[in-house]
Design a protein around this ligand. Structure first.
Ligand code: URA
Length: 236
């Protein structure tokens, strides 16, 4: 396949952007700077890299981001910075969207993809994909609060939350693992117990963890992570 097609099919670079990157010598094939956008590559065996990051051939793009505070989980917003603002320009304009929402003040793992089916499946409560968060509450929470939240609470809007799991760290903090993602769910669960979440960070999504991704950093998913997320082997 042509090198420019390799990038354009995956919606990473348009053909003209591919030519520009080649001029800047930011694309390598098997460690050598690519010479022309029409050069033929073996998309499954050649190692193609863009700005030092190996790009695997895949019809879809899967990205992990460690969200800082102050960004909204949306593709665009009139007044706020969005998680897409943390990606390089060449990745932002090709239909990526966050898989689920973290609040503006919530930190941690966000998955960005253009694979709507896998994103939908990962978020479906029927699939029971576990999302784990580190939290701190303003006031101490007791074992009665823990048990009530874990069993499910009927919130002010009448919705009863699905059972979840809390692992205590200390009187104020712990890990909470949910298999659904209702609006402000963790904040509302603690709110229903007259407490307030003051720190919230998603540390894993299913089998995919934050690892050593620094705050504000992103990277492409590994093959194992893609398999874990899509449920398909060899989506490439
Ligand atoms: N629950 C919340 O309250 N906020 C989040 O960002 C995620 C889960």
């Amino acid at each position: 396949m042509r090198l420019d097609k390799f990038f354009s099919e995956m919606k990473i670079l348009s053909r003209s952007e591919c030519r520009d990157e080649i001029k800047k010598k930011t694309i390598t094939v098997n460690g050598e700077p690519a010479k022309s956008s029409d050069m033929k590559i073996d998309e499954t065996n050649d190692v193609v890299a863009l700005k030092g990051q190996v790009v695997k051939y895949s019809p879809y793009v899967y990205i992990l981001l460690n969200k800082p505070e102050g960004y909204v989980s949306a593709t665009e917003d009139k007044s706020e910075k969005t998680v897409l603002d943390l990606l390089p320009e060449n990745l932002t304009k090709f239909g990526l969207f966050p898989c689920g929402r973290l609040d503006k003040d919530t930190l941690g793992l966000v998955i960005l993809t253009n694979d709507g089916v896998s994103a939908h499946n990962a978020l479906s409560p029927k699939r029971h994909v576990e999302k784990k968060y580190l939290f701190t509450a303003a006031d101490e929470y007791g074992d009665d609060d823990k048990t009530a939240i874990e069993s499910g609470i009927t919130l002010a809007d009448g919705y009863t939350t699905k059972p979840c799991k809390i692992e205590r760290i200390d009187a104020h903090s712990g890990y909470i693992t949910l298999t659904e993602g209702k609006y402000h769910e963790i904040k509302r669960l603690f709110g229903a117990r007259k407490n307030k979440i003051v720190y919230l960070e998603r540390i894993s999504f299913g089998k995919i963890g934050l690892g050593n991704l620094e705050r504000g950093e992103w990277r492409f998913m590994t093959d194992e992570e893609k398999t874990a997320f899509t449920g398909k082997n060899g989506t490439n």
